[in-house]
Structure formats: C-alpha cells, structure tokens
Design a protein around this ligand. Structure first.
Ligand SMILES: Cc1ncc(COP(=O)(O)O)c(C=O)c1O
Length: 308
C-alpha cells in the first residue's frame, strides 16, 4: 500500500488534472505469463474519460488561433464523452457550450453535460453519430459567427492531444518497454496521435486498432469505419493491424477485468482489452498497453446484471 508515499498534486485549475493517468498492470485471464498487459486508466481524468484531453487541446488551440473568442459558443457532435469534456473545459474557462448527440446516448451522460452547464440538442438515434455530425454542420453553416466548431472528427488538435500527452505518458510509464499499443477507433484521434508519438520513439512498436464488427453495434464511442463517415483525421497507416470485435465479447471482457483486476471499465475499454488479449496470445513476450477510454459507471443503468 503506497498511500502515504505518493505526493498529492496541488493545482491552480482542475484543467491541470487532465492527463497523467495511471497505467495499471492487469491480470486478465487468458493472457500468457510471458506477456505483460497494462491498462491506461483514462476514466481517472476529471471529466471521467480520455476525451478531456481532446477537449482541452481543441479549446486551447481555438483560443490560441483566435477562432474561439469570448462570447462564441463551443459546439460539437459527440457520443457523450467529448461532450462531457467540452462541457467541463468550456465551463472552467467561461465559454458557453452546445452539444448535439443522438437521443440514444445514456441518460447519465446527458445529465452530466447539463450539470456542467451545457445545452443539449438531440438527433435521431437511428442516424447514429453521423446524424449528429450533419446537424452540427447545418447549424454552423446557418450562423457561422456564433459558433466555435470543435470538429473533433477533423480537428488536428484532437490528434495532437494524444501525440503530446497520451503517447509520451505511455512511453515514460513503461520506461520505453512498450511493444504493442491497442485502442478503439472513434474519431481515431487516440490511435493516430499515440501511434505517431510512440513510433517516433521506437518504429517497431506495433499499433493495433479495434473497431466493432458491424455497423449496428453496442460499443458507444467506437465506429465501424466501412459503414461510417470516415473522420478526416483518420490515417489508416497509423495502425499495423485492425481487429473487429463482437459487442458481446467486449461486454464479457468488462466482467472479466472487473473480477480479475477490480477495474469497472466502459464497453469500448472491454473492446480494447479483448483485442489486447488476442494480440498477447500470439506473442512470445511483450509489453501490451490497452487504452481504457472510460469507466463502467456510465453504462450501469443500461447494463445487464454481471454474470457471477
Ligand atoms: C467511450 C469511448 N471509447 C472510445 C472512443 C474513441 O476514441 P477516439 O475518438 O480517440 O478514436 C471514444 C470517443 O469518443 C469514446 O467515447
């Protein structure tokens, strides 16, 4: 127990608590002893997900470039986590925030965004995240002077968030021993940014992207690229391999990692862990890092009882 040893940070703003998330060694069953599996615990960001990094990077980039001046409203489409991140960052910096999301997004997340002071606009759930993107584009086109469009799907600041923070953190936390990085594809910001950062340090690091096996899936935050609007920031060269995960398999791994390691993770983290274990099984040795975007608390209301 190292409770007394770790110095607690003293911060001038909650935004300084974004990033620097723990990397935790996992004992998920089925991972060969010769392979180390590690999870990057992104739900420990203050807004509860990896998307705090993206939101902070995009907002500060907008402020620097002059695109986000006081009085403009930050707008974006989001499956929920970027929404919370933007609501948190916008709130802390005094920018109004409007979020467009499919009505199917979990009630907890809608409440969270409203609690941070953001306004929510709903789109047809059957149109998925693409429907929300099209709605934001229409609103911004109708009144461009009113908005700062965060555009997480095409904003290079999304990729840069991970290039500048997530990737270097993983490198330092593994003391440069990381051999494989595994993460889900949503906007693709995480995979592309971390990949560029790690490959710069070691071109032999293998990057594995994970996506749902078909268009109609239950993995919030992830995209099935073949049937979706492909994000402009997506770079297919950023990953060496892409694995398709079945929704139920990802859910099952969430149960397994809770029992084995005490981590309550979200479904896209389950997808990354499922893929990380598939990769681990093929290795003689290795240090595999899976990115765990958010925690399972956000999905409890919709989740079936865990199998025990
Ligand atoms: C829960 C969850 N997992 C995974 C992702 C994918 O991350 P990225 O957009 O960086 O590809 C997202 C993105 O919104 C997410 O919300």
């Amino acid at each position: 127990m190292s409770l007394a040893l770790a110095p607690a940070p003293v911060l001038s703003t909650i935004l300084d608590a974004i990033g620097h998330t723990p990397l935790v060694r996992l004992r998920l069953p089925g991972v060969p002893d010769r392979v180390e599996l590690w999870g990057k615990c992104e739900w420990l960001n203050p807004g509860g997900s990896v998307k705090d990094r993206t939101a902070l990077s995009i907002v500060e980039d907008g402020e620097r470039s002059g695109a986000l001046v006081k009085g403009r409203t930050i707008i974006d489409s989001s499956s929920g986590n970027t929404a919370v991140g933007l609501a948190l960052v916008g709130g802390a910096k005094g920018h109004p925030v409007e979020l467009v999301m499919p009505r199917s997004v979990g009630a907890e997340r809608q409440r969270l965004c409203r609690a941070y002071g953001a306004k929510i606009l709903f789109t047809d759930p059957l149109a998925g995240s693409d429907g929300a993107i099209l709605e934001v584009r229409a609103r911004v086109a109708a009144d461009p002077g009113r908005y700062f469009y965060a555009e997480q799907y095409r904003n290079p600041a999304n990729v840069l968030a991970h290039y500048r923070t997530t990737g270097p953190e993983i490198w330092e936390q593994t003391a440069g021993r990381v051999t494989h990085f595994v993460a889900g594809l949503g906007t693709s910001g995480t995979v592309v940014g971390v990949s560029r950062s790690l490959r710069e340090r070691n071109p032999h690091v293998r990057v594995v992207a994970v996506e749902p096996d078909h268009a109609l899936h239950g993995l919030e935050g992830l995209k099935h690229m073949a049937s979706a609007i492909v994000p402009e920031i997506y770079d297919p060269c950023a990953h060496d391999e892409k694995l398709s995960v079945v929704t139920e398999d990802a859910y099952a791994v969430c149960d397994e990692v809770l029992r084995a390691d005490g981590l309550l993770v979200g479904h896209s983290a389950g997808a990354a862990l499922w893929a990380a274990r598939e990769v681990a099984r093929t290795l003689r040795s290795g240090v595999v890092v899976a990115l765990l975007p958010d925690g399972g608390e956000r999905y409890l209301a919709a989740a079936p009882e865990p199998r025990r």
